[in-house]
Design a protein around this ligand. Sequence first.
Ligand SMILES: [Zn+2]
Length: 574
Amino acid sequence: MVLVLLDNFWSNMIPTESHRDRMRLRKALSLFTILLVASSVFGWPQQSTAPASSTSLSASERELAESIKSETIKEVVTALSADEMQGRGTAQPGGDKAAAYLSERFTKLGLKPLGSKATFLQPIKFRDFEFMPETSVKLGNETLNLGTDFVVTPPYSGDKSASGAMVFIAYGLSSSTPKRDDLAGIDVKNKIVVMLEGPPEIVAKAAWKKAKAQMGIITSLVGQGVAGIIVIDHGREEHPYSETATYLTRRQLEPADEEEFPPFLPPFLTVSDAAAEKLFANSGVTRAEALSRAEKEGFTPINLKQTAKITVRLKKGKGVGNNVIGVLEGSDPALKAEAIVYSAHYDAYGLSADNRIYHGAADNGLGVAEMLAIAEAFSKSATKPRRSIIFIAVTGEEYGGFGSDYWVHNPTWKIKQVAADLNFDGMGTEVYGPVKVLVGFGAEHSTLGAVMGEVATALNLRIIPDPMPDEKAFYRSDHYFFVKKGIPGLMILGAPDGETKAWTDRMKQWEKTDYHQPSDIIRPDWNWEGPRTLAMLGVVMGLRLANSEQMPAWLKTSPFNRERGTNEPAPPEP
Ligand SMILES: [Zn+2]
């Protein structure tokens, strides 16, 4: 899953919708809608392939589910997380190696290529960059170091050389309620402003967000000609500096067709608490005192009596990463034009400049392996689904779901005939023991939720509500890009029996130590029956969705209830 680090301060500066999404909605009724109406008018016969009870398994469903092999899952995770795969970095040689491995497995299963030029690969152009060692901040004789002391934050707009006198402007806010003018009596032109991420304590976060206040303040500061912006923590941050620093010092990646930020933007930096202390060293005010003044009415800017010299140097590159896509053709002459998609991202953070391998065993070797076990079960079964089944191992997920975003905008299947997306991604909670509990992210939005519920009951599994709603997992993986495009999607998490807190605590601990780190590797205590159960659920759900008369539908109550292939912007994230 993607970690959303910058959800307040910078989110408004970063385009979360690609420019393709901003295209105007086509209003014409789709051919599919017409067909649906026709089918209800003429009362086309229902095929009776459904099991007697939807909460028990038919013989063919049971056979299909039982044929899921935990050995396959173990074999695939082992191969994908091996050192040779170099962390499957997007647009890196390790990523290419993993794509070749997945293509070979698809070939052996008899899937048909659904990439470009009769291959399984769909190439996507990326640009990437890393910070060069010259990137630094100088305060007089003192030098702050990248990573330990400061990080350069988005928006990135190329190399920067900036210097100027520093001034602390609290939140940079000018308003009547609360009554404050953080820039009182100063001209910030050519200055380096040191500031806090809003809102001030007395302003409600929701109101701040709704007013897009942060965006307004930053835009205004840039307009007034600041030389640079340095953000310090006030201690209420969702993500501590150290966590932010591990991500923002890594290789960065974005699609080559995304617009670049204009070069006139000043550098944006965030500093550690220790470095923040140094910014205040000559001012006669400590960092703590400045923080306390910042919350009070009548705050006035603090001259830091120091000049900072900021140098940002980027090593830029270009590369190609690939989605790996195969299809199993449906058996019904009419319905086979429609398809159920299974997705799982195969990328991890790759190989770093200092040769560390981000193995990505749990995130998301497991998800890919579960998908391949499902593909294997389908391809070897005598039961042939009526609709076609597409398997997409996507790339570029960790940097923002780029592979799935690319596919839904450059689909290799008619987008209006993509029935649903079932996505496998997560934190590896399915290896904590035999899976008995499920969470369906997105289940409340479409009929996929009911199908999941029935299959879960048939498999003796219990569905629980999302135990960590704060993590907003629904918005953080590949299914969400399908959802935004009007295609019902679901991400399925599996967990062991017992108290929920026991496994969420274990997961939170793992998040601190191994998530998105080189140490995300296979552990000896992993229970391989867990991911098998998850794949069993997935395969039966896929079969039912492939065989039912109608494609899954959005619930009327869902904000995502829009036609497949929509170009309307998605409803705002909470
Ligand atoms: Zn993931």
